[in-house]
Design a protein. Structure first.
Length: 78
């Protein structure tokens, strides 16, 4: 996963885990797990059996649920 950046635009954190065919940092990964857990216990079993392309769809759904408050904001003047 070296050389990859977090799936979230503007996030400069080091890549931690896969999210479909892309990768996310540890903080966003924990948010992704929490979101999947809220969708029900069957989501973990279903997600484990999915192909990477099918997981991309789930990661895309999660991305749409993120509000702008969850995304990093650039520091003015830098």
């Amino acid at each position: 996963m070296s050389g990859q950046s977090c799936l979230i635009d503007g996030c400069q954190a080091r890549v931690y885990a896969p999210a479909g065919t892309r990768s996310i940092c540890k903080d966003h990964f924990l948010g992704f797990l929490t979101w999947r857990r809220r969708r029900g216990p069957q989501m973990f079993r279903k997600y484990a059996g999915m192909t990477m392309e099918e997981r991309d769809v789930i990661a895309g759904e999660w991305l749409q649920t993120l509000g702008t408050k969850d995304l990093p904001h650039p520091i003015p003047g830098l």
